[in-house]
Design a protein. Structure first.
Length: 146
């Protein structure tokens, strides 16, 4: 009987405000599922470089890069082959009017990404190439028509 009396205060503490205790445990479980729900991944992809808005009287020379390596971050459901196959770097040459060396930093702004995929960094961090006056011997590189 003494053991039973000793257990009464413990039982009372456990059952006092039982509804609040159950709600807090349920909230903790929901929060844990939300935080741990979808694992995050990092993918390194080699993507093509497209040069757009190249002036007709200018040409890209001295082997501008045709691809760059991008480090991308996202969940497993968005970092799949289908979504990553559409990623490309677009270099807009609309402001280039004169021949010379050009340097374009690679950033999120000029990479087309699926929603849920974030840009981490690129290798190289900037694209460097030379623009010269167009002639029949100048080689053309991939470009996008607007």
């Amino acid at each position: 009987m003494e053991a039973r009396r000793a257990m009464m205060p413990v039982w009372r503490v456990l059952t006092q405000n039982l509804a609040w205790k159950l709600v807090s445990v349920a909230l903790a479980v929901v929060l844990w599922i939300f935080v741990e729900g979808e694992p995050e991944l990092v993918a390194v992809e080699t993507v093509p470089v497209f040069y757009r808005n190249v002036e007709p009287n200018l040409a890209l020379v001295s082997n501008p890069p045709a691809s760059v390596r991008l480090e991308l971050h996202g969940t497993t459901d968005v970092l799949n082959r289908e979504n990553l196959s559409n990623v490309a770097l677009q270099v807009d040459l609309a402001g280039v009017r004169e021949p010379g060396e050009q340097v374009f930093p690679v950033s999120r702004a000029n990479v087309n990404l699926t929603v849920g995929v974030s840009f981490v960094r690129s290798d190289p961090p900037a694209i460097t190439f030379h623009v010269d006056r167009a002639s029949e011997s100048n080689k053309r590189y991939p470009s996008l028509k607007e």
